[in-house]
Design a protein around this ligand. Structure first.
Ligand SMILES: *Cc1c(COP(=O)(O)O)cnc(C)c1O
Length: 375
């Protein structure tokens, strides 16, 4: 394997879970140049850089439209707002996702309804969707968690049969593929986040919506800018959620490397999947290894804290995405007594291993060796 982007990796012994400084060091020079140009241009909101990014990212995803917004939460929330569902309509969402997927539904005045995931893929289980559909259900939010696309053919089929919209939470799946199409192009509309740790990360908050739907696109364009399609004319009560020029400029510099970065992630994931051999460790589903964007490499083990401490002792940083399921959060008190056993098991057992394009081949070997020696 010779494609590791390790020329600037000067780490000595500690392998952090993620090193954003190192990831962005590759871009420092070109970003400094575009930002300097931007600063002297005097145009900071909704200008050429945003337009350029929207065009390039729509091209990249294979959609007709991309609309830049302030962050991933807003991207999802605006998809729901723009859809115009009656207040209180139900939206199906996996019970094991980052809280933003669920908050976006609530913030749009709709009711999130949790659906259990599949224990192997960690993704919403299509077999469990239909039992949750009521006459108030209007949409399904498919979350491509950890960089793997949901079973969109089945989900779209269920939606069609029940007259529902389908949206994607693509915040962890930039560049992930499903049947030769990219995440973000597999439904009525998708929300992306460019939070700094994502596969395509800005240097601040940023997000976008991709869609092929003309009406949805123009509605979201208005809603992100106070509900205005024409200067000082407000057709809707919108919000201020614009992607700013600086972040767009940074994303324009980084987007051309996304596929290469994902390729490196895949090759590391492949090594983990084939070389980690320890009966105490459950590896993630590998059936779609070459399609996944591998945002995170998530393993399961009975005694998570013991493994985390062991790896920490050997200078390997890990993280947990996420330790507490949404239905056990105080933010959703009404769900605290509900039971989602698969989700609870996942949240109790998961650990994310380091997985990013700055890892060297030696570091990956070291992590594998230590995990194989774990008892
Ligand atoms: C990061 C993330 C979001 C939210 O993105 P922000 O830009 O932080 O608002 C939404 N959903 C998922 C699955 C995420 O990982």
């Amino acid at each position: 394997m010779t494609n590791f982007k390790n020329t600037l990796n000067t780490r000595t012994n500690h392998i952090p879970f993620l090193d954003l400084k190192l990831i962005n060091r590759n871009y420092e020079k070109s970003i400094n140049e575009v930002l300097a140009k931007k600063i002297s241009s005097g145009w900071y909101i909704l200008g050429e850089e945003v337009k350029k990014f929207e065009n390039s990212f729509a091209d990249y995803c294979g959609t007709k439209y991309c609309i830049g917004v302030a962050n991933g939460l807003d991207a999802l929330m605006l998809l729901f707002k723009a859809s115009g569902f009656p207040k209180g309509s139900e939206v199906l969402v996996p019970s094991n996702t980052y809280i933003a997927s669920i908050l976006a539904i609530s913030l749009a005045g709709l009711t999130p309804v949790l659906v259990e995931p599949d224990i192997n893929s960690y993704l919403i289980d299509p077999k469990k969707i239909e039992e949750k559909i009521t006459e108030n259900t209007k949409a399904i939010l498919a979350v491509h968690l950890y960089g793997k696309c949901c079973e969109m053919e089945l989900i779209n089929e269920i939606a069609k049969k029940n007259n529902l919209k389908v949206f994607e939470d693509a915040a962890q799946s930039h560049g992930a593929m499903y049947l030769n199409k990219k995440a973000g192009s597999l439904s009525d509309g998708a929300g992306f986040s460019f939070y700094p740790t994502k596969n395509l990360g800005a240097m601040g908050d940023a997000g976008a919506i991709t869609t092929n739907d003309d009406n949805l696109a123009s509605k979201i364009r208005e809603l992100r800018n106070y509900g205005s399609a024409e200067k000082y004319i407000f057709g809707e009560q919108g919000i201020n959620s614009r992607l700013d020029e600086m972040q767009a400029a940074i994303l324009n510099v980084k987007l051309p490397d996304l596929d290469q970065d994902n390729k490196i992630r895949r090759s590391i994931a492949k090594r983990y999947l084939t070389e980690i051999q320890n009966t105490l460790i459950n590896l993630p589903f590998e059936g779609t290894i070459d399609d996944d964007a591998w945002h995170l490499f998530v393993i399961r083990t009975d005694d998570r804290n013991k493994l985390r401490e062991y790896l920490m002792h050997h200078n390997v940083g890990t993280d947990v995405h996420y330790p507490v399921p949404p239905h056990k959060q105080s933010a959703y008190k009404e769900w605290n007594n509900d039971s989602f056993p698969i989700s609870e098991k996942i949240h109790k057992e998961i650990i994310s291993l380091p997985l990013n394009a700055t890892l060297t081949e030696e570091e990956v070997s070291y992590i594998i060796e230590k995990i194989n020696l774990y008892k």
